[in-house]
Design a protein around this ligand. Structure first.
Ligand SMILES: C[S@@+](CC[C@H](N)C(=O)[O-])C[C@H]1O[C@@H](n2cnc3c(N)ncnc32)[C@H](O)[C@@H]1O
Length: 249
């Protein structure tokens, strides 16, 4: 079940491949994985992927060969994979920061996540009832018993991130090092699963208009885009200057 950020996911991974930050044979843990992730990674030629999901047989996943694991308690040692990547999953977790910490802990070189952005425009959209605060559509797809928070039938709160929050969270995980983070944002309204049913019905079949709105928003306010990806570059981390100073004193 791909959501709105699918193009962003492929674009981020392909850019990392082009820059040599990922090579096709690197080991990759794909968190919150589904058939969509299998397709994208295969298209990009990533040949060493392990696919993991709390509910690998559910309609939201349908993994051909998936590991069963809860993102909050992953059965892997620190730095077990070169990269840990996840598309549209953290906002389904009851403890998104803990799940991101697990991704960070297991990754040796990079963590890639594609989620939703918390921005003034998105908050306005939520207040006006244009975008959902809770994600009901995924539970409806799961027949009312799965697809929600931690794979249950309770719709998840759509946890949206800001740049500042990702930076604070990573600094908290790894205070001894400065860890670069790359951000990617763009507007892609219309296919957002968190849109309310009435808005989805209203815009259905009006692809041209939605396309124009997305292009306009991306021209004037791309930074605030609803689709939000980030790449945590553990591979480029450097010790905090005060670590050396304290060691010397
Ligand atoms: C919106 S789907 C995304 C699936 C796929 N990545 C995609 O983009 O099509 C979110 C997935 O996260 C999984 N999930 C939810 N809570 C989880 C948890 N605590 N641990 C691991 N996976 C979880 C669900 O089973 C679901 O398949």
């Amino acid at each position: 079940m791909a959501e709105a950020g699918s193009g962003t996911y492929a674009a981020i991974l392909s850019d990392l491949l082009e820059r040599g930050a990922i090579t096709p044979t690197d080991t990759i843990l794909v968190q919150f994985a589904g058939e969509f992730d299998e397709k994208i990674t295969a298209e990009l030629g990533l040949v060493n992927c392990t696919f993991s999901n709390l509910a690998p047989d559910s309609p939201s996943s349908r993994l051909a060969d998936g590991r069963h694991a809860d993102a909050h308690r992953m059965p892997y040692a620190d730095g077990s994979f070169d990269h840990v990547i996840g598309h549209a999953g953290l906002h389904h977790c009851s403890r998104p920061h803990q799940a991101l910490h697990e991704m960070y802990r297991i990754a040796r070189r990079t963590v890639v996540a594609v989620e939703n952005q918390d921005s003034p425009l998105m908050r306005a959209a939520c207040s006006l009832g244009l975008a959902g605060v809770y994600e009901h559509a995924a539970v409806a797809d799961g027949g009312g018993t799965t697809g929600g928070v931690d794979g249950t039938g309770v719709p998840n709160f759509v946890y949206r991130w800001t740049r500042h929050e990702v930076r604070k969270t990573v600094a908290t995980f790894d205070p001894g090092r400065a860890v670069p983070i790359e951000f990617h944002a763009r507007w892609l309204i219309g296919s957002d699963r968190a849109l309310t049913t009435s808005v989805r019905a209203a815009i259905g079949g009006r692809e041209r208009v939605i396309g124009m709105i997305n292009r306009g928003l991306n021209t004037v306010a791309r930074r605030q885009g609803n689709i939000f990806g980030f790449t945590i570059r553990k591979d480029l981390a450097s010790p905090q200057p005060w670590i050396a100073l304290e060691a010397a004193s």
